[in-house]
Design a protein around this ligand. Sequence first.
Ligand code: SF4
Ligand code: SF4
Length: 473
Amino acid sequence: MAKTGMERLEELRKEIFKCIHCKACRFAYSNEPDKDGIGEFAGKQGTILYEGMVDACPAGIEYGWEAFWNAGKMWIARSILSGDLEFSEEVRDVFLPCITCGQCSAQCENKVPTVDIIESLRAACLEAGIPMIDKHEVVDKLVKERNNPYGGKAAERFKWAKDAGLEKFIDNKGAKIAYYVGCTASYRQVEVAIATAKLFELLGMNFTLVDDEVCCGSPFFRIGAVDTAQELMRKNLEAFKNVEMVYFSCAGCYRTFTIDYPKWMAEGEKLPFKTQHAFELVARLVQQEKIKFKPNKELKGKVVTYHDPCHTGRHFAIDMEQEMIKESTNLIVDHRAIDKAIEAWYEVPRIILRKLEEDVGLVFKEMYRIKIDSMCCGAGGGVRAGYPEFSLRTASLRCDEANAVGADILTTECPFCWRNLSDANEMYEHGMKVLGILQMITEYNLLEILNKPTEKDFLTLSIREEIGHLPKK
Ligand code: SF4
Ligand code: SF4
């Protein structure tokens, strides 16, 4: 039987008490106070200094008070466990506006699993009878009625595929590979779904869009509504049980299937399929010189930057670190091997971007906060639905950072990041174009196939599997 939020908090007791309130988790580059940067930049959200350690916790930046930074939340968890504090709506309203971006966890030298703790606090709070905030109630009700938080009709989930001439892939019986589209790309950012499916078609992949696909449950795991999330997980596990590989275009769905599902499945139960993000396949095909890109006049000279989604970036990096620590037979783990694996993981989308720079003629330029120190887009953790102003201001801070390096195009590989960054780009007039990398490849017709990939290529496990282990002795 699944554990309650309070039981999970109890399990995390030792980790919670490891927090020494040093507040290093407030900063990006907390161990690089002298890091060179691009200096001060006056963006739409005020003047920001991009040098050395910079504030990184969006919740702390937005609300300012001690309790809203991660260290405050760890103290709340400690007080709940010690019986010094009880759950209430006031307490809920402190730990709920947090994007669960994982920046705090990545910065903590004591390796406190802050996101697990915050999610457990939220689940325990709901169990204690404290209601959800109204905006979360709405999405919870919608997903229970319609299997997606947008209230879209089940029959219209793959309307984008019909409209784009990709109907043959719906319920394509016998295919060993599935594309899990997710709710945001199905009902809102259909550009991402179309671009991904068209790219698969161009590559010659025989895949299926599974008719019974439902929401992955990510927002509900994040806000503590774990019963709702587990119900959705069960439906997806049943719907996808006959395929060998599931591909994703959404960072959040990918993280949920790959990291959350195994945590919530029964003991001994295993995911019945392999998972990977579409960008992993494209990067691998670039590395193997099976594909390249065509020059493009419109993109030539354009400055392109990349936003690492927290769900494909930090959340996988932190999970990889924890798995490698578990794998280790030494009490003291050589952290250089872990750092190398994490660096290789963050390079995956950059393999594509550097190839695009070389072949297409665009200029790839990194923002100040990147990879494990990357600033969140503001959409996750139930924040876009629950606290839209905070969410969009955070996205605008990220757009400021892209403006600071003169970006014409801000790319990312998640429809949810795409949505929030696009909305902030428009609302605060940042003047860029926001695009998915794969979307750029299909919309500008950049793909050139040198050596047609085989089904074996599509079924081969991701780069993630190769790099996320300690070197064998
Ligand atoms: S979570 Fe880690 S970095 Fe943050 S205050 Fe606690 S010990 Fe320090
Ligand atoms: S998860 Fe992100 S928003 Fe939440 S406390 Fe940590 S750094 Fe701040």
